[in-house]
Design a protein around this ligand. Structure first.
Ligand code: NDP
Ligand code: MG
Length: 389
């Protein structure tokens, strides 16, 4: 019997690579639910090929087209974010790949955990926004989360067979993004098209901009804190421009374990779908002699101030990271639409943090309200509205 899988964000970078992995192991995996944001034509194409039981489009204005195309094939259809979250309770799948972008991952993931589904977690924002609450839910349930984010997959792999009490430090590698070698002055005037040109990874637009500001690395430190229950003072980011060492774990005896591979997300996707087991690769293997050198350097928070937001958010706790995430979602859109400059992404986050009330122990409803208030504030500040908020 194949593993039945729901893919949230099937039309995105991680979603399409997940379908690629599924198509290579048809006896092992079946895509049972496909969900997308607004790209209805691509979702229809995927549904025609993979024949899920259900296809969902978050953008309700696209529903008529989805239903018209898929009903004749006997594929159920639904629309809206509430339908997407409700679908997490269906009995016809056991694993959810959370590959939507931003805050949209939180509520479906919470519902999936409550319904006892295994989580292949690509949507790091779920743990950034509400890491404490999600971790509490996981502690009370048998659900296992296997990370898809390459750094966290690497750490997960390094920890197999190890006693968690012997972990000294997590070392998260960062490519450094397209502006690693730019001066502070040069960074001030970079354009969206420059920021969208990531040197190593081909990813969705939002995470590519987050990599350019290095907020992605701050988010990954927060993600690691919750996934591996390691205090923030024992999580370090190291810039490694070749992106071959995907991350490392240092143990109390001084040993450091690393996971290496070519930069290709299909490895961590395969590992997560296969319940942390090794399935054969179809990509070219890593040949270390192709690389004259593997280098490591300290990140520079003066050039990339967003890096400071990880210790800030983790020390402050509460809804601070939720505010940061929401402000960033708007700021990234505003930068791409050329309404604000690159350094103003950080400025927008800081001003939103000042404006939105701090809550020390937020409930799920508090997170929902914080997100909404922070989005509204940042939209007014930047003059830019985001779709599907
Ligand atoms: P993309 O922008 O490429 O894809 C996002 C997907 O989510 C699309 O299918 C999009 O649908 C869908 N979507 C967007 N908004 C909503 C919404 N409100 N409701 C439902 N679906 C929605 O992103 P990526 O694949 O790059 O990233 C996905 C997640 O994985 C992010 O959290 C990212 O941080 C993480 N990640 C990505 C990596 C990568 O290599 N890409 C690496 C590590 C982590 P549509 O296009 O139809 O509108
Ligand atoms: Mg990553």
């Amino acid at each position: 019997m194949p593993h039945n899988i729901a893919i949230l964000g099937s039309t995105g970078s991680i979603g399409t690579q997940t379908l690629d992995v599924i198509s290579r192991f048809p006896e092992r995996f079946k895509a049972t639910v496909l969900a997308a944001g607004s790209n209805v034509e691509q979702l229809i194409e995927q549904a025609v090929k993979f024949r899920p039981s259900l296809a969902i489009i978050a953008d309700e204005s696209k529903y008529a087209r989805l239903r018209e195309a898929l009903s004749p094939l006997g594929i159920e259809t639904a629309a809206g974010s509430a339908a997407l979250a409700d679908a997490m309770e269906r009995p016809d799948f056991d694993t959810v790949v959370t590959a939507t972008v931003g805050y949209s991952g939180l509520l479906p993931t919470v519902r999936a955990i409550r319904a006892g589904k295994q989580i292949a977690l690509a949507n790091k924002e779920t743990l950034v926004v509400a890491g404490e609450l999600v971790t509490r839910l996981l502690r009370e349930s048998p659900v296992r989360v296997i990370p898809v984010d390459s750094e966290h997959s690497a750490i997960y792999q390094c920890l197999v067979g190890e006693d968690p009490a012997t972990v000294e430090k997590l070392i998260i590698t960062a490519s450094g993004g397209p502006f690693r070698s730019f001066s502070k002055e040069q960074i001030e005037s970079v354009t969206p098209s420059q920021a969208l040109r990531h040197p190593r990874w081909n990813m969705g637009a939002k995470i590519t901009i987050d990599s350019a500001t290095m907020l992605n690395k701050a988010f990954e430190i927060i993600e690691a804190r919750w996934l591996f229950d390691v205090t923030p003072d024992r999580i370090e980011a190291v810039v490694h421009p070749q992106s071959i060492v995907h991350s490392m774990v240092e143990f109390i005896d001084g040993a450091v374990k690393a996971q290496l591979g070519i930069p290709d997300m299909r490895l961590p996707i395969r590992y997560a779908l296969g319940d942390a087991s090794r399935l054969p690769s179809s990509e070219r293997p890593l040949s270390l002699t192709d690389y004259a050198q593997l280098t490591f350097e300290k990140p520079d928070p003066e050039k990339f101030p967003c890096l400071k937001l990880a210790p800030y958010a983790l020390n402050r706790g509460g809804n601070a990271a939720c505010i940061i995430n929401a402000a960033n979602e708007v700021a990234v859109r505003a930068f791409l639409d050329e309404k604000i400059s690159f350094p103003e992404i950080y400025g927008t986050i800081m001003r939103t943090l000042d404006a939105i009330p701090f809550i020390q122990s937020p409930t799920l409803d508090d997170y929902v309200e914080t997100h909404s208030a922070a989005i509204t504030f940042a939209e007014q500040l930047t003059g830019c509205k985001i779709p599907l908020r």
